[in-house]
Design a protein around this ligand. Structure first.
Ligand code: BGP
Length: 473
């Protein structure tokens, strides 16, 4: 649809930016923090680990001042569960609790709305050792942690996110999830873990509504726009399969309290069905989000099968893609999309898919939406005068924001946009060299240098954009 005039971004739109605790804070073992699964993971030696990261733990006041100068209306960050509870459960660590008091006070002092993720990949190691998300006791531990966060910070935090990218943790369980190496029957284990995480999320949402009636809480999955490789009906079925398993499984459970039919049949066929009780299903039905947060980086394209000969060409070649985790070739096959360009890391660039995604989520659930991640990872370079000319990032963000405005004009209720990331931080798998921030952090993979902060060109661009409430793209 082409419009003569676009709807403006609504007044009070939450222009923001995001980080996560383990990628930004550093101070991995300071002031009583316990280790998390991230601290125990093994990363390639040539890449940065997460011990210092962006040193946000020690430099948060300066960073928040920069975010205020940028004009952020909201700042999305996560609480490190093992900073509050070093053992995951057990005794509260007062120094960890105090850190988030200081951080939230500082954010509020600058008139910024905190948007808090409870759990962003960093399960406490002590919980992992006793079975992690395979052990139903982790559900209770998460609820307790969430209740503590609501009680400690709920007087200053109005927006909460339960679990970051639960779908990626399940679909890529061996890489970012909580699947110990060598686990027999890994997929069945992961779908059981998924069920437990869903229950934990439902309990957190119920607790939030009980303790903080004015606050709002929602899930934060990674949603990709799924295209069929061709107009062949079989490819349309493959795309529908993949969207049901990759995207909607997680949101259908969060919003409707039920497994969708296709995902359920997939799990049944493969022998992945989790153990479920009637009481658990009624708990899932009671836990209701107030909004949906989602992370979008790119679309994916799938086919039912691969072309056998030249006559059926056009369905593309099979690919491995970050947005295509957990591929099962009997259900869908990821293929190249010749209509799209890539970034330096081989991720597709698809702003139009962003608009499609907004429409799909909104039409399916009719809840207000907020984007909690979207951005361009690139090898930025610090040039003379401490300048960073990240024009590609500006182009990426501006193309995506234009599509958001189209989605708003389409009628999608969207109340915020938080690109990844507020400041440079350590990528989950690709080190500090893969940068996303508006603010450059002066360090390399192994050389910490002075960790000084420099505003990139995109900083000034985003500042102007926020000031004009999205008019000056
Ligand atoms: C999302 C995660 C973030 C962040 C981002 C960029 O999946 O929620 O934590 O890592 O992706 O990904 P990467 O760092 O792999 O480039």
């Amino acid at each position: 649809m082409h419009y003569q005039t676009l709807a403006p971004f609504p007044p009070g739109f939450l222009w923001g930016a995001s980080t996560s605790a383990y990628q930004a804070e550093g101070a991995w073992n300071e002031d009583g923090k316990g280790p998390s699964v991230i601290d125990r993971a093994v990363f390639p030696p040539e890449l940065s680990d997460f011990t210092v990261a962006s040193d946000h733990y020690h430099r948060f006041a300066g960073d928040i001042a920069l975010f205020a100068e940028l004009g952020l209306k909201t700042y999305r960050f996560s609480i490190a569960w093992s900073r509050l509870y070093p053992e995951g459960d057990g005794a509260l660590n007062p120094e960890g609790a105090a850190f988030y008091h200081r951080l939230i006070d500082e954010i509020r002092r600058h008139g910024i709305e905190p948007l808090v993720t409870l759990y962003h990949f960093d399960l406490p190691w002590a919980l992992q050792q006793r079975g992690g998300w395979s052990d139903p006791r982790t559900i209770g531990a998460f609820e307790r942690f969430a209740r503590t966060a609501f009680k400690l910070y709920g007087d200053r935090v109005n927006y909460w996110l339960t679990i970051n990218e639960q779908n990626m943790m399940i679909l890529k369980g061996d890489v970012i999830g909580t699947l110990p190496p060598g686990t027999p029957d890994p997929q069945r284990t992961l779908y059981q873990q998924n069920h437990h995480m869903m229950l934990a999320q439902a309990r957190a949402m119920i607790a939030c509504h009980e303790l903080l009636p004015a606050a709002k809480i929602g899930p934060a999955p990674n949603i990709s726009c799924v295209y069929p490789a061709t107009s062949r009906p079989e490819d349309a079925v493959a795309a529908n399969n993949y969207a049901s398993i990759r995207n909607w499984l997680y949101l259908d459970l969060a919003c409707h309290g039920r497994y969708n039919a296709v995902a359920w049949s997939f799990m049944a066929e493969k022998g992945f069905l989790p153990h479920i009780t009637a009481d658990e299903m009624s708990l899932l039905a009671q836990g209701r989000p107030d909004f949906i947060a989602f992370n979008y980086y790119a679309s994916t394209t799938v086919a039912a099968d691969l072309p056998l000969d030249n006559h059926s060409a056009g369905r593309g070649r099979e690919i491995e893609d970050r947005q295509l985790p957990g591929m099962d070739r009997s259900v869908y096959i990821g293929v190249d999309n010749p209509h799209l360009e890539h970034n330096q890391f081989g991720w597709y660039l698809d702003p139009v898919g962003f608009r499609v995604t907004c429409r799909e989520i909104y039409e399916r659930y009719h809840l207000p939406l907020i984007v909690t991640e979207n951005g361009l990872g690139a090898f930025d370079t610090l040039e003379a005068g401490n300048k960073v000319h990240d024009d590609e990032r500006i182009r990426y963000l501006s193309d995506h924001i234009r599509q958001l405005q189209l989605a708003i004009t389409d009628g999608v209720r969207l109340f915020g946009y938080c690109p990844w990331s507020a400041i440079d931080l350590v990528s989950t798998h690709q080190g500090i060299g893969k940068r996303y921030g508006f603010v450059y952090v002066n360090r390399d993979e192994r050389d910490l240098k002075d960790l000084a902060r420099f505003r990139k060109k995109s900083f000034f661009w985003y500042q102007r954009l926020i000031k004009s409430n999205g008019r000056r793209l």
